[in-house]
Design a protein around this ligand. Structure first.
Ligand code: MN
Length: 410
């Protein structure tokens, strides 16, 4: 067993690894991340996850529900740290998995992956408490500076279960953590609707492949709500008035602390909202952006969907603006008291005839209480399976004692 595998095993049991190992890990991670562009290209199948916020036991639940690494490809959209009690173990485990399985694990930066924010919201204090110095916090922050700002998912299928004709028309499926289907939404074929938009039939198997997403080079997009066969852009927060193409994201000099303003800041801080155009964000950083902004951006960049995190959603996920953007939230019972469920978004591979879902754990039987309300409206884009899950059971988590043990005296 390699040192890395030992570290993974130790972190999986929620025990921090020694400081010198953290330093080595962060060094190796940085060498990997430095090679990645600002916008990482990821190929489906992939499972997209939102905020984790140091809720280590719920991250274990996420892997139980979504499948383990490396059997499942994961894309985490940032905010690994702060708020929860186990930012350190959560982030280091994800980082170990990134170094161990670089092609199966994509990590992009959230607004909490920053020196300034972690100093206020818990990660700094946690490192100080667990190591007695700020060294580990410093190593982690140096990694944060190298995390990608976004990802483009290519090759996502427009059907959930290739080869199973009865599922061909399912665009959205919602499962509980035991894998049972809670709800299913059929695809509304755009060419059968009253819409004047000339969209291609989304599941037309002979649909032209798009050009490089973000290049605007494809001629296959003819609709105004984006390209149903287009790529999926993943980013922590949202869009920026300074960024009208994915290529402009690629030009940012990202290897720095998150700035207080500008394109990089906006990508990590902005939120979609029911407004026209751009608005000021109550967060004090980033912007609010409306449906018109998303639709124009998706169209221009040949995107079928934007997936983002950053906002608590009680149902775990929320599609907005005719399914042109979705918020995915992966921290159940956020801050151990919000009462929300969490979700991950599974995109399947665009190939026909094979069952491609590999799940390492068929562990069923946990009660599920999650019920999802559907939203109407025309839908387009990749077939989406949302796996909704609840917080890890109480007996699986060692909650900190009410009086924190003063382990720095030991
Ligand atoms: Mn955030």
């Amino acid at each position: 067993m390699s040192d890395l595998d030992k570290a993974i095993a130790q972190l999986r049991s929620c025990r921090p690894i020694p400081e010198d190992q953290v330093r080595e890990l962060c060094h190796r991670a940085r060498e990997l991340l430095i090679e990645e562009g600002n916008v990482v290209t990821v190929t489906a199948p992939v499972t997209i996850c939102g905020d984790i916020h140091g809720q280590f036991h719920d991250l274990m639940e996420l892997f139980r529900v979504g499948g383990d690494v490396p059997d499942t490809n994961y894309l985490f959209m940032g905010d690994f740290v702060d708020r929860g009690f186990y930012s350190l173990e959560s982030f280091l485990l994800l980082l170990c998995l990134k170094v161990r399985y670089p092609d199966r694990m994509t990590l992009i930066r959230g607004n909490h992956e920053s020196r300034q924010i972690t100093t206020v919201y818990g990660f700094y204090d946690e490192c100080l408490r667990k190591y007695g110095s700020a060294n580990v916090w410093r190593y982690c922050c140096d990694v944060f500076d190298y995390l990608a700002l976004g990802a483009i998912v290519l090759g996502a299928s427009s059907t959930l279960s290739p080869g199973m004709p009865e599922d061909d028309d399912t665009e959205i499926e919602v499962c509980d953590q035991a894998g049972s289907i809670i709800s299913r939404f059929p695809r509304q074929r755009a060419n059968q609707s009253a819409s004047q938009e000339k969209l291609e039939a989304p599941n037309k198997s002979t649909a032209d492949k798009t050009g490089p997403p973000g290049s605007g080079a494809s001629g296959s997009s003819s609709g105004s709500v984006g390209n149903p066969t287009g790529a999926i852009l993943c980013v922590h927060g949202g869009l920026s008035p300074l960024v009208d193409t994915v290529d402009k994201i690629r030009l940012i000099d990202r290897k720095q602390e998150v700035p207080h303003e500008g394109a990089m800041c906006d990508l990590l801080w902005s939120d979609p909202d029911e407004i026209d155009g751009w608005g000021l964000s109550p967060r004090g950083a980033g912007f609010l952006f409306g449906a018109d902004i998303v639709k124009v951006f998706n169209h221009r960049n040949d995107l079928s969907l934007i997936a983002r995190a950053h906002q608590l959603v009680m149902e775990g996920f929320k599609e907005m603006f005719d399914a042109s953007i979705v918020t995915v939230w992966s921290a159940p019972n956020y801050c151990y008291r919000c009462g929300n469920v969490a979700a991950v978004l599974e995109l399947t591979e665009d190939e026909s005839g094979t069952g491609i879902f590999q799940r390492t754990n068929g562990d069923v039987g946990r009660s599920s209480g999650a019920v999802i309300e559907s939203r109407g409206g025309p839908k387009n884009g990749p077939a989406r399976r949302y796996r909704v899950f609840q917080a890890a059971p109480q007996d699986s988590r060692g909650m900190p004692a009410k009086k924190p043990v003063a382990d720095y005296f030991l």
